[in-house]
Design a protein. Structure first.
Length: 111
């Protein structure tokens, strides 16, 4: 993450604030602290155990503040969301250039 963040800052002048953990096997409270130290404020991930996903859905807590194991000066936590399905993406984000009718997301259509 350090190398990637440095590249983005030097090349494009931006620092990412949103992270997407595509396929992590397990999550540690230390992750929240590490990600916050890289300046991330928001995080998405999909891989959690079936029982955890069921509990999060039942409790309507798929979005939560993930707090570090130990309170650090740089982090009050990261606003985190767990996707409803593994390896999925939010509805409407189904872009794939191989399939007609699947247009990419354009967030600034005038440009």
């Amino acid at each position: 993450m350090n190398i990637g963040s440095k590249f983005l800052k030097e090349t494009f002048g931006v620092r990412p604030k949103v992270g997407w953990m595509l396929d992590a096997f397990g999550h540690s409270a230390t992750n929240a602290d590490l990600f916050a130290s890289f300046g991330l404020e928001y995080l998405f991930f999909s891989r959690v155990s079936v029982d955890v996903r069921k509990r999060l859905k039942k409790d309507k807590s798929m979005t939560f503040m993930w707090r570090p194991y130990k309170e650090e000066e740089h982090s009050d936590g990261i606003l985190t969301h767990v996707f409803k399905k593994d390896y999925g993406y939010p509805k409407g984000w189904s872009y794939d250039e191989r399939f007609p009718g699947s247009d990419p997301i354009i967030d600034l259509p005038k440009y």
